[in-house]
Ligand binder design. Structure first.
Ligand SMILES: O=C1O[C@H](COP(=O)(O)O)[C@@H](O)[C@H](O)[C@H]1O
Length: 252
């Protein structure tokens, strides 16, 4: 069953997410040298700052030098662009980490920036795929207000992404949320991962969480991930995101 961890305050969500990440880090490092983790962009990045950098008791146990960090999805823009998921992670996590703590940072895996703008979007996706480990220890996911996760969007126009069985990373074109061109993990990568953690906060997420958990609307990529990967999925939410939703009745 999917587990749901709900908290009153955003700080409690960040703390719980941090503890969960540490648990998965420690399990991975008990198996070997690397912690292979993939992260999303959007609101998740600030949660990662709060939990992994700004919470001293968690920050002390993060073994960054063993982390290999990938992006579940990335916008096909320059890495310095304000829309870049790498750029957001650098600004909110890597720079504060290095500046204030002088810690040795993680190994980062970004898109090949030299191909951006050259009409080589399939190649960007294919090259990124070659960087991926066979299995992720942890994938940290967001949930858009339309039920998208990674850059897997609901609706017929983007069905080709959910139907993809061979490619592990695909080019998402005509994204309904700008920027238009992105790359995204496909479902086989999520299904192969050891653990999947969603973070969703705020009242703006409540209507979609209702459709995901109460209606189990499998046209929504987030609900589909719950359905396909249930036992290894954990959700971290605040009370306003699940107001009036009985997540304990979830059949996932
Ligand atoms: O466009 C994106 O949106 C989703 C959800 O973002 P949020 O700000 O609503 O949490 C995010 O998970 C994804 O990585 C990003 O590219």
């Amino acid at each position: 069953m999917v587990s749901v961890h709900a908290y009153e305050k955003s700080e409690e969500v960040a703390h719980s997410v941090g503890k969960y990440i540490l648990e998965k880090q420690n399990e991975a490092l008990a198996r070997g040298e690397r912690f292979n983790v993939a992260i999303s962009g959007g609101s998740l990045v600030k949660v990662l700052y709060k939990s992994l950098v700004a919470t001293p008791e968690i920050a002390a146990d993060v073994k960054w030098a063993h982390w290999h960090v990938y992006f579940c999805d990335e916008r096909i823009v320059a890495l310095e662009d304000e829309d870049s998921n790498y750029g957001a992670f650098k600004k909110h996590v890597l720079d504060p980490l290095l500046e204030h703590q002088g810690a040795l940072g993680p190994t980062m895996y970004t898109i090949n920036e030299s191909l951006v703008g050259l009409g080589e979007n399939d190649r960007i996706a294919n090259e990124y795929e070659t960087l991926l480990p066979p299995q992720f220890d942890l994938i940290l996911l967001g949930c858009g207000p339309d039920g998208h996760t990674c850059s897997l969007f609901p609706g017929d126009a983007h069905r080709y992404l959910l139907d993809e069985k061979d490619k592990r990373v695909a080019w998402c074109h005509d994204s309904p949320k700008p920027p238009s061109d992105r790359i995204t993990f496909t479902l086989p990568v999520l299904q192969a991962a050891r653990n999947l953690g969603f973070v969703a906060e705020g009242a703006s997420k409540q209507p979609i969480l209702k459709r995901i958990f109460e209606n189990q609307d499998l046209t929504l990529p987030c609900a589909l991930v719950n359905h396909l990967c249930s036992t290894k999925v954990a959700w971290f939410v605040d009370s306003s995101a699940v107001q009036g939703i009985d997540v304990s009745t979830s059949k996932f």
